[in-house]
Design a protein around this ligand. Structure first.
Ligand code: NDP
Ligand code: 2IT
Length: 448
């Protein structure tokens, strides 16, 4: 059996009941097959793949807190410190009721390669909690974040592990987490990114993932002789990534006709009104029905079982920006039938493996999240640099660095795909280019 297949079987056996983690590993290992099989005995002897699929450290902890009625609640906290070969662990925290160890491991594993692609010195990690922020008061969110940090603080630090936001964790949560870290440790350091601008945050971090996604999409289209100008774009999600992807795509002349959340979606043929969307989602923290109520051109559709939501809308470009496995084979077929030309992932692993293969087979330009959404973590690394030098850069300075990073990512993933005879396969290109730097660093550092 080939080494790649042996390691995939090993992962499934050692990590039972973690389907998202298996899926993320499968995608990476399939891409690496060409690299590994050139020098299989060396890699097998070093057990390089077993090492890269095994987290360096996994922390599981209890998060007790008291709700507004005086009832004690208990949640499960996680931090997976996956790989520190090229820098301190770096990756977000997700607060969502679906969070479990397998989901955090898939996210942490992908983060290793994504962070490598940024060209910046950051290792891979991810964390979170099965806490549901929906419907909680500000005080409940604060008490929960304080309890979460009361355990997490001992495992993180500006040069050790630097968490940030993800689903359910934005500026408000980062603020409460930072306050509690500072109180316990009595150090003022850049231990989290995505901080507020008054206490060490970076300009453009809020926008960075969505903007970066669109910068990369524009590079991709440019390389294929076109651009976003005049294109119809479908976006899923209505959170941090979706909002700023929509804003930037429209600034570049596209019309974004949809957004979605966990209960429904909006079709707005005149183009999403980003200021209204921000007010509904960032300020009021309300449902998308509020958006539809405030805008004549918008239709609201309730999500029903078996319905395929935004992927049935005719578009040129699709940007999935909500969550994992939200775009399946049926959705991919609908997109292709409607003439989609490019799909770039704002979310982490939003497209199933079958859907990805279908899109690629049908000549849809497809860029996976590791490359396409790396602008968020890249700008987090820029926030770390600013914190280290105790300076802050202008919006334009950060934004122009972000543009340069996304252009470099596109270049390195297309070149890696070409080098291994898979021109245009940006999934393979991203996994190979991300892997090579990490593997070289691991080999140089010996068996650790
Ligand atoms: P937010 O919490 O800001 O927004 C998430 C959006 O997705 C919300 O509209 C939410 O709906 C929807 N959503 C979440 N879970 C589900 C679900 N199970 N089913 C349907 N809809 C769902 O998160 P972000 O925008 O930060 O993250 C979106 C994606 O982007 C995630 O995959 C994340 O890992 C990835 N990502 C984020 C980065 C960042 O910097 N924030 C960087 C790189 C990737 P509702 O409002 O109803 O909850
Ligand atoms: O998935 C991701 O890259 C993020 N949620 C951002 C991580 C970070 O450290 O900024």
């Amino acid at each position: 059996m080939s080494y790649v297949d042996e390691v995939y079987d090993y992962v499934v056996e050692k990590n039972p009941a973690q389907p998202e983690f298996h899926q993320a590993v499968k995608e990476v290992l399939e891409s690496l097959r060409v690299v590994i099989e050139k020098d299989e005995e060396k890699y097998r002897k070093e057990a390089l793949l077993e090492r890269i699929v095994t987290p360096e450290r996994q922390i599981l902890f209890r998060v007790p807190w008291v709700d507004d009625k005086g009832q004690v609640q208990v949640n499960n906290g996680f931090r997976v410190q996956f790989n520190s070969a090229i820098g301190p662990y770096k990756g977000g925290l997700r607060f969502h009721p679906s969070v479990n160890l397998g989901i955090i491991k898939f996210l942490g594993f992908e983060q290793i390669f994504k962070n490598s692609l940024t060209g910046l010195p950051i290792g891979g990690g991810k964390g979170g909690c099965d806490f549901d922020p929906k419907g909680k008061s500000d005080n409940e969110i604060m008490r929960f974040c304080q309890s979460f940090m009361t355990e997490l603080y001992r495992h993180i630090g500006a040069d050790t592990d630097v968490p940030a936001g993800d689903i359910g964790v934005g500026g408000r949560e980062i603020g409460y987490l930072y306050g509690q870290y500072k109180r316990i440790r009595d150090v003022y350091e850049g231990v989290l990114t995505g901080k507020g601008l008054t206490y060490g945050g970076s300009l453009a971090r809020t926008e960075a993932t969505g903007y970066g996604l669109v910068y990369l999409t524009e590079e991709l289209l440019k390389d294929h002789g076109t651009s976003l100008k005049g294109k119809t774009v479908v976006v899923s999600g209505a959170g941090n990534v979706a909002i700023y992807a929509t804003q930037k795509a429209q600034q570049l002349g596209a019309t974004v006709v949809s957004v979605s959340d966990s209960t429904g979606w909006i079709y707005d043929p005149e183009g999403i009104d980003v200021e209204l969307l921000r007010d509904v989602k960032e300020v009021k923290r309300a449902r998308l029905t509020e958006y539809a109520n405030a805008r004549k051109s918008a239709e609201y559709h309730e999500k029903k079982n078996g319905e395929h939501g935004v992927w049935n809308i005719k578009c040129d470009v699709a940007l999935p920006c909500a969550t994992q496995n939200e775009l399946d084979l049926e959705d991919a077929k609908a997109l292709v039938a409607n003439g989609v030309t490019a799909v770039c992932e704002g979310a982490n692993m939003p497209t199933t493996i079958e859907a990805t293969e279908y899109l690629q087979k049908n000549n849809v330009l497809f860029v996976c999240g590791k490359a396409a959404n790396a602008g968020g973590v890249a700008t987090s690394a820029l926030e770390m640099s600013q914190n280290s030098e105790r300076l802050s850069w202008t919006f334009e300075e950060v934004d122009s660095k972000l543009q340069g990073i996304m252009a470099n990512i596109y270049k390195s993933i297309s070149e890696a795909a070409k080098e291994y005879g898979m021109e245009g396969n940006y999934v393979a290109g991203a996994n190979i280019a991300g892997f090579k730097k990490v593997a070289t660093a691991m080999e140089a550092q010996g068996v650790v």
